[in-house]
Design a protein. Structure first.
Length: 357
């Protein structure tokens, strides 16, 4: 009987100490970690102001690659939401609740861990020489109230959540390093009408121009010569042009430019003819090939300026696309809406396309 009483007394002391220490422990926790990147502020802000690249940097999916992600709400900004379902981690969500351009993005978190009112925030600050770099600080806050078990769990927040912040920021910096460092919202790359669009099936006549010198005369002559080949094939097959010609870029080097010249076509006086019905025949000596392009999605923008600015414009379109969670594939192309001569002036106008998965 005495031993039972002693055991109960000891248990009471332990319980009392548990309660006393639990009451003394903080009812909330706040931690932060920082990292620096040399990407443009626009790219960094658009990355954290959207959840579309969550899987590419957040450590959550390293623990369970089979985690199912579902997006809802707007693509970016306040209301953008990611819900996840995992057999190992349980269910949870991230929802953007505040957004101040190029400065701060706050996100509400729901998950299976102890605590409530969980939030994370990304603070962005220009740093480095002339503010060219961006310091990314990620903060995390959680409240436990009078949940004593939660307060004890808070002892490990710095190790568990803190380690996740460090790993996540490191992965984000590595991910950002793969994005072309072009600010697609400034005069550096004056793009308009940025969007992901649906491109219908097209019939193209294509000539590979090869590597030509990056001079107006050589590029102009190459395009004109190859357009002549395409014109001959069109006449031989009773075809007509559908819109302006396009240039498909293979490689834009310091001295050489490798590209294809392509012209969308259709049978004269018809619409929606199949590839079999089109029945394009090409003489053996013509360097022209017929290509049927399947319907696909593409990043798109319009650009006005000299043809020399197209390389930056293409990279800007790619930067915008991948920052929004769209992976570009194949080669980019531009429709030269004003023709060849106008394209070598500041009044050149183009539609730029880059297919996405």
């Amino acid at each position: 009987m005495t031993r039972i009483i002693e055991f109960l007394i000891a248990l009471g002391i332990v319980a009392g100490l548990f309660v006393i220490i639990g009451v003394v422990l903080p009812g909330e926790r706040h931690i932060s970690e920082s990292i620096e990147t040399n990407r443009k502020m626009t790219i960094v802000y658009d990355t954290v102001n959207s959840l579309r690249r969550f899987k590419d940097w957040n450590p959550l999916l390293l623990r369970d690659p089979a985690t199912d992600l579902k997006f809802s709400g707007p693509a970016a900004g306040v209301g953008a939401t990611l819900d996840y379902t995992s057999k190992d981690l349980g269910n949870g969500s991230w929802k953007i609740t505040e957004s101040e351009q190029n400065k701060r993005v706050a996100i509400a978190i729901e998950d299976a861990t102890k605590g409530h009112d969980k939030t994370t925030a990304f603070l962005l600050e220009p740093t480095g020489k002339e503010g060219r770099n961006v310091k990314i600080t990620q903060e995390y806050s959680v409240k436990y109230g009078f949940d004593l078990f939660g307060r004890y769990a808070g002892l490990y927040v710095s190790r568990h959540i803190g380690d996740d912040l460090k790993l996540g920021l490191s992965r984000m910096a590595n991910m950002l390093a793969t994005v072309p460092n072009v600010d697609y919202r400034t005069a550096e790359a004056p793009l308009n009408d940025l969007a992901i669009v649906d491109v219908p099936a097209e019939d193209l006549l294509v000539v590979t121009a090869g590597n030509v010198d990056r001079g107006e005369a050589t590029i102009t002559k190459s395009i004109a010569d190859n357009q002549e080949w395409i014109k001959r094939v069109m006449e031989a097959n009773n075809l007509e042009a559908v819109g302006p010609f396009r240039i498909i870029t293979t490689d834009f080097g310091a001295e050489k430019y490798a590209f294809d010249v392509a012209q969308p076509v259709k049978k004269k006086g018809t619409e929606g003819v199949s590839a079999e019905e089109l029945a394009v025949k090409i003489d053996g000596g013509a360097p022209v090939k017929y290509v049927r392009v399947a319907p696909h999605r593409s990043a798109h923008a319009t650009y006005t300026g000299h043809v020399a600015g197209l390389d930056i414009a293409r990279n800007a379109l790619r930067a915008w696309s991948v920052t929004g969670g769209n992976e570009v594939i194949d080669r980019p192309y531009e429709t030269w809406n004003g023709g060849v001569q106008k394209s070598f002036t500041p009044e050149g106008t183009y539609d730029i396309y880059w297919a996405v998965k």
